[in-house]
Ligand binder design. Structure first.
Ligand code: AMP
Length: 509
């Protein structure tokens, strides 16, 4: 999971601050690396590095990021791609100069890599599928434009650009929402035919001129003072010229809108609206339905207080407390200033970090039966430690509720999840999971309920793969999943490549 943003401002005004602010609003989508690429008078300006947005961009970097057009990216760590060289946006100089930022994951990256390197003799410098995507786009644009005489005039019409995106859709599979800056032309944005990852755009008028924004989530559009126009449709491409003209076209032959349901469980900010669905409302609905199920299953319940696991468990917990007619209490305080854990990954570090992050308020637990609520349980580290902490401060009984069903399958569309063997639900029944985390009872949302209550706008199809093992792109084989399992386990992650010496586009240090 990553966050992307693209901006076309008024000519003569720099949009570096807007891009920076937008990335901070999207920071929850990725804290591992950040980058901004702008264009000014035909030259690209890039700053990207590992770290939070606030730590990557200093004043001197911002001063270099000049121009009224640009794109940005925040990256989530995934196996094999946490070096600074793999921070985005990526860049190729041919044709035109194209840079790209991508949220998602391609499921046929190996095939595309072979095509690019053996057949088209393109050089791929990283292990990132986003670099492959960029090279493929560049290749498709080159094929369509190499006979054109480029002399600074707009020779490439939008249909050529859209036709390159159509060709891309035919070759790649997986989840991808992208923004791409084409030097001298404008910003191209496109979304995969399943619309797995979100992408939305907006605009604002200033002194009779229109400025445009494209972002992963609507919250970035609002926070920057723009109005949402609409979501980018699955398979659709949007092109905004450097002078602010906008074009759009459906570029996929077949679309099957199946957005990732995990965006509504955990990934997105609750103040975002994705494909017309309020993330906040979806989370309240999830809490409501789970509470109704608890009432059915446990009619004589003895719960004294509903306590959320902050922050992501709060929305479901609030509604559960209302629906169960039980007090909602805050029992854990989150340390907002927690520093980085410098040695990434590994179970031991992860275990320690829960206690560094959360602390219990004893009075809220002493002598009470509490229902702890989280949005989801993945490895079970958080839940196990939270249950233990609740008992340490005197809770009588500790129940645990997960607003999402058990996570049992890998995500192949861009969410960083551990290896299947590391999921607490792997090979365990719900009862056994409860026992493993030390809870007196455990309650999970069913997948049917999750789908029903999240489909606020009426029946719709979802990517529910991490709960169901069904992959909407239809191309995910057991061999692919086996490879992923090897790449994602803790030992693979702790051996993760660090390619600090790689040569990339000059970084505006
Ligand atoms: P754990 O069960 O200890 O792995 O942690 C579960 C918690 O991590 C849940 O409270 C979620 O809020 C959060 N979470 C869920 N999915 C992810 C993810 N892909 N990356 C990071 N945190 C996640």
């Amino acid at each position: 999971m990553c966050g992307i943003i693209g901006l076309v401002g008024r000519r003569g005004y720099h949009i570096n601050q807007l891009l920076y602010d937008g990335l901070t609003v999207l920071q929850h989508r990725g804290q591992d690396a950040a980058g901004i690429m702008t264009e000014y008078e035909g030259k690209y300006h890039l700053r990207k590095s590992n770290g939070l947005v606030k730590d990557v961009f200093y004043k001197r970097h911002m001063q270099n990021l000049v121009g009224s057009i640009g794109i940005g990216h925040v990256r989530y760590p995934t196996a094999g791609s946490s070096s600074a060289a793999e921070a985005q946006p990526f860049y190729v100089n041919y044709p035109f100069g194209i840079s790209l930022a991508h949220n998602g994951n391609l499921t046929n990256a190996d095939e595309i890599k072979l095509l690019l390197t053996s057949e088209h003799r393109r050089h791929v410098n990283t292990t990132s599928d986003s670099e492959l995507l960029l090279n493929l786009l560049a290749m498709e644009l080159h094929t369509r434009t190499h006979n054109l005489n480029i002399d600074g005039e707009l020779h490439v019409d939008v249909n050529t650009i859209f036709s390159a995106v159509s060709a891309l859709h035919k070759q790649i599979t997986g989840g991808y929402a992208c923004v791409s800056l084409i030097s001298g032309y404008g910003i191209l944005a496109f979304r995969d035919p399943n619309g797995i990852r979100p992408l939305i755009y907006g605009s604002r008028e200033i002194e009779g001129e229109t400025e445009w924004i494209i972002a992963s989530e609507s919250v970035a559009i609002h926070a920057l003072g723009f109005e949402v126009v609409r979501d980018v449709e699955p398979g659709e491409a949007i092109f905004i010229t450097s002078s602010g003209q906008i074009f759009s076209q459906q570029c996929a032959e077949e679309i099957n809108h199946s957005p990732c349901i995990f965006e509504h469980v955990y990934l997105s900010r609750p103040d975002s609206i994705i494909d017309g669905i309020s993330v906040y409302q979806a989370r309240l609905n999830q809490g409501q339905r789970l509470a109704e199920r608890i009432r059915e299953e446990f009619p004589e319940h003895d719960i004294d207080a509903v306590i959320p696991v902050p922050d992501s468990g709060r929305y479901a917990a609030l509604q559960m407390a209302n629906a169960l007619n039980v007090e909602y209490r805050e029992g854990f305080v989150k340390n907002r200033y927690i520093g980085r854990t410098f040695i990434m990954g590994g179970q031991a570090i992860r275990k320690k970090s829960v206690r560094r992050k959360l602390n219990a308020i004893p009075h809220e637990f002493a002598g009470k039966n509490v229902l702890l609520v989280d949005d989801s349980i993945v490895r079970g580290n958080t839940s196990a430690q939270i249950v233990e902490m609740a008992r340490e401060v005197g809770a009588k009984k500790v129940y645990f509720a997960s607003a999402a069903p058990p996570v049992r399958y890998p995500n192949v569309y861009g969410i960083d999840m551990p290896a299947v063997s590391e999921f607490i639900a792997n090979g365990r029944t719900i009862k056994e999971i409860g026992k493993e985390i030390g809870a007196d009872k455990i309650f999970y949302q069913t997948l049917e309920d999750l789908v029903e209550v999240t489909s606020i706008n009426g029946e719709q199809s979802w990517d529910t793969s991490c709960f169901s093992g069904e992959y909407v792109t239809g191309d995910v084989t057991s061999e692919y999943l086996e490879k992923l399992e090897l790449a994602r386990n803790d030992s693979a992650k702790s051996n993760g490549s660090v390619n600090e010496g790689m040569i990339g586009l000059h970084n505006d240090e």
